[in-house]
Design a protein around this ligand. Sequence first.
Ligand code: ADP
Ligand code: MG
Length: 235
Amino acid sequence: LRSELDNVERLTLVGQMAAGITHEIRNPMAVVRGFLQLMQEKSSSELDSYYQIVMEELDRANSIINDFLSLAQSRITDKEEVLLHNIIEDLGPLLWADANLRGQSVELKLPPSLPLLQLNVREIKQLILNLGRNAMEAMGDKGVLTLELRSVPGRVEMTVRDTGSGIPETQRDKLFVPFYTTKSQGTGLGLSLCLSIVERHNGTIQVESEEGKGTTFIISFPCGQEEMGTFALAE
Ligand code: ADP
Ligand code: MG
């Protein structure tokens, strides 16, 4: 128990430091961005493409800082008893809007009754949005993102399926490594964050993928008494 407490405190400290540092970095970056915009307005069009690149790189650095902050602030979080169902429905409009802009569509397959789960709502939203965004980025227009829930004994399974490019076999074990990305504007932190969220919920995450056909992420959350039983024994 002692070392567990140490762990919690250490994580909190890392989270606090990360918050402090990212705040101190984000502020000067916002100032730089603002002045760049002013300089662009006053300068010749010859330099436009340079400004474009500088802005994009600033934005990318900002994304990395934001994702890193989420990752570093991960700790044993408050959970409440909720229906995963409701969280997904809440996110529906956001996903649809994103997909619409890309000429893609989103399908939700949510069975009417599913067991309650112990979840941190904020983190689960982040998980779904990260997986959804990756899916959309892997698909062209007409792509379909499907979110599906399924109840299996002792667990609830959530699948996030896309009709995108798929992931080559050789890349599959690198997916969850921090900073691994194949995108020019990627941070490579999205899936690391997803994995840490799933682990904090005592869940599992699996990937199935076929090149040129699409990718499916399967996340499984424990529900009900089973988990409590193991805790009681461990005490
Ligand atoms: P990022 O999205 O910033 O690149 P992630 O950690 O979210 O970082 O994803 C890491 C890499 O995994 C991506 O760069 C991409 O190559 C691959 N990937 C993740 N999700 C998918 C998907 N649904 N389809 C195809 N490739 C994916
Ligand atoms: Mg991503």
